[in-house]
Design a protein around this ligand. Structure first.
Ligand SMILES: NC(=O)c1ccc[n+]([C@@H]2O[C@H](COP(=O)([O-])OP(=O)(O)OC[C@H]3O[C@@H](n4cnc5c(N)ncnc54)[C@H](OP(=O)(O)O)[C@@H]3O)[C@@H](O)[C@H]2O)c1
Length: 238
């Protein structure tokens, strides 16, 4: 059997228990990686190369404790997938401040903390890939998604600045803006609203997991060392 393309690599996936994060976790495991998965809830994956860490990464102290525990166990992260996010889709006039704050803390502050703590490990090994999962909402700016879309837009800026700061350590930072794909997050939205958005995409269909994995693999590739500070949207969104 040929070695998987991620053999020897350790990947940290936030939001690994469900949806896109669970699919990416399985993908990296299938390709030979060790995976550290993070979510608030219990593990949903059982695999000899998978270790689960329960943490609320919206809490900055919890992120630091998570990385301290990884260091203690001798685990060094090579690839980060900043995937966990929360969506409250509501018009600004009725959006509770607490929901807005939760989105900022999980969708923007947590990726910063996770990337920063992982970069401390990558600086030592002089190799790293930080990949942020963003959304078509940045470009489409849908009503109800002001804070969500702003956080995802901020993720691109965050990634671009980190790309400069970490370039000397051979660490790249890129962002993938995905379109609609079946998940708990998607199911909380009215289906007719999503279908209408998807119908207006240049490529008017839902994303498949292969569409996502294709770009994640590109950003994570050994051969993509000269690709950084890029944001790529699926489906023709720009
Ligand atoms: N699905 C779509 O159509 C779509 C479209 C565009 C962009 N996206 C983006 O794609 C990514 C994945 O979305 P998804 O649809 O797969 O989401 P999802 O189904 O809602 O899954 C979210 C994951 O994040 C974890 N999580 C939530 N809050 C957390 C916290 N505070 N700390 C740690 N983990 C936490 C959840 O586990 P616990 O609840 O156990 O913590 C779960 O594993 C997100 O960045 C999202 O913005 C999705």
């Amino acid at each position: 059997m040929s070695a998987g393309k991620y053999e020897g690599r350790t990947v940290l996936v936030t939001g690994s228990s469900r949806g896109v994060g669970a699919l990416l976790t399985r993908h990296f495991l299938d390709e030979g990686a060790k995976v550290v998965g993070v979510s608030r809830g219990a593990a949903t994956c059982g695999h000899e190369r998978y270790q689960h860490r329960q943490a609320d990464i919206a809490d900055t102290d919890a992120v630091q404790q998570l990385f301290a525990a990884l260091r203690r166990s001798g685990t060094a992260i090579d690839i980060v997938i900043n995937n966990a996010a929360v969506l409250t889709s509501q018009y600004a006039l009725v959006m509770p401040a607490s929901a807005a704050r939760s989105m900022v803390e999980l969708n923007l502050l947590a990726p910063f903390m996770v990337a920063r703590e992982a970069a401390k490990m990558m600086r030592k090994t002089k190799w790293g890939r930080i990949i942020n999962i963003s959304s078509m909402a940045v470009a489409l700016e849908p009503e109800g998604d002001s804070v969500y879309a702003a956080c995802k837009a901020g993720l691109t800026t965050l990634s671009n600045v980190l790309a400069r700061e970490l370039a000397a350590f051979n660490v790249t930072c890129n962002t993938l803006g995905i379109t609609a794909i079946e998940s708990d997050m998607l199911r909380q939205l009215p289906r007719d609203k999503i279908d209408a958005v998807v119908a207006r995409l240049p490529l008017p269909r839902y994303a498949s997991f292969e569409d996502i994995a294709n770009v994640v693999d590109f950003f994570a590739s050994e051969r993509s060392g000269y690709v950084t500070a890029q944001t790529l949207y699926l489906g023709g969104v720009h």
